[in-house]
Design a binder for this molecule. Structure first.
Ligand code: SF4
Length: 344
């Protein structure tokens, strides 16, 4: 394994992509980018990251920004608890560390929303601490290089690979960590498409030698997914649309949503309940969360008065001020594409 270190680091020197958060080793920048990248692809993160840093340039401003504004900036990235944890951690840094990002792996680990991977990435890249940072890309590269058929989704596999990596970690651990992640992102690609011909460590790779790259890594999910059906209502009245704030705990907490109910209501049931002026079926959408799949059907319902405990906002206000989770965005787009859309 130690033979992969030098070629990997040399390759990284010349092949690393230019990414906005690589311009400096500022911990705030590395931290925000790593959190964004946890569940989102690099290409999508770039534009969010740049806008986020422009609007919230430092830890102090992150600690002070309103939750609504923060979630609006995060809109579209999903997994909103990441944004809330960022702010919680920023407040801790302001209170406990006088605004200075903590410098050791152990201290970084204590911050909200930071796990072993992110703590390892920030500590090694920004503070040159000799620690590993093992994400999905690293697990894939490791499994293939070692020719390991262990299930990479199991914690014990991650633990074992982390142990092996710790043994070969060079002094410049940050560069090595970035290099192996970059290899996973750009060369040792998932599924059946690693670019072994371009790989700097191909001659040390068991999977490449033995033709196992389509079988490794082994990923066996044990998670039972839950399925939920929902009827989503775009309630419209006098140029305004009804939205409501979700509860402050749980899935998509604190975000705004279109009113919705569990199960699929028929138009007849909706007419009976809402006595609308008109009702039209918008379409279907599915959204996948970590453990749950939402199957949704949406209706545009024009009502007589701005009823209920909803917040009634104009289309412009909704777009500019309120964070609408990705799960509900398809219905908003469907409203835009109606032939006589009320959205100007
Ligand atoms: S040789 Fe191929 S399978 Fe092995 S690490 Fe490189 S890209 Fe991945």
């Amino acid at each position: 394994m130690e033979k992969i270190v030098q070629p990997l680091m040399q390759w990284f020197e010349t092949h690393q992509r230019e990414l906005p958060w690589r311009k400096d080793k500022e911990p705030y920048h590395v931290w925000v980018s790593e959190i964004m990248l946890q569940q989102t692809r690099i290409e999508a993160v770039k534009k969010y990251y740049t806008r986020f840093i422009q609007e919230i340039p430092d830890i102090e401003s992150l600690s002070l920004i309103s939750e609504d504004k923060l979630l609006k900036l995060w809109e579209g990235l999903g997994y909103y608890s990441r944004a809330k944890n960022l702010q919680k951690a920023a407040r801790t840094i302001m209170q406990k560390y006088h605004g200075e990002f903590p410098r050791s792996y152990e201290e970084i680990m204590k911050l909200s929303g930071i796990g072993e991977y992110t703590a390892g990435a920030v500590a090694s890249i920004c503070f040159r601490e000799k620690v590993t940072a093992v994400d999905g890309n690293v697990l894939r590269v490791m499994a293939r290089v070692l020719g390991s058929r262990e299930n990479v989704l199991l914690p014990q596999t991650k633990k074992e690979f982390t142990k092996q990596l710790a043994k070969i970690l060079p002094q410049q651990a940050g560069i090595f960590n970035e290099a192996i992640m970059e290899l996973g992102e750009t060369v040792c690609l998932p599924n059946r498409s690693p670019l072994c011909g371009e790989c700097p460590i191909a001659k040390y790779c068991v999977s490449c030698r033995d033709g196992l790259t389509s079988e490794i890594p082994v990923r066996i999910k044990s998670l039972k997914r839950k399925k939920e059906e929902k009827t989503v209502l775009i309630l419209y009245c006098d140029g305004k649309i009804a939205i409501e704030k979700r509860l402050s705990e749980g899935l998509l907490s604190g975000m705004y949503q279109f009113p919705n109910r569990d199960g699929f209501d028929t138009p007849e049931q909706l007419k009976e309940k809402l006595h609308p002026l008109s009702i039209s079926f918008l379409g279907k959408a599915k959204h996948t969360f970590t453990h749950i799949d939402w199957y949704m059907q949406g209706y545009l319902v024009t009502v007589r008065e701005q009823c209920g405990d909803f917040l009634w906002v104009s289309p412009q206000e909704l777009t500019e001020q309120y964070a609408l989770p990705t799960a509900f965005q398809p219905f908003w787009k469907m409203c835009h594409s109606l032939p006589d859309s009320f959205i100007k």
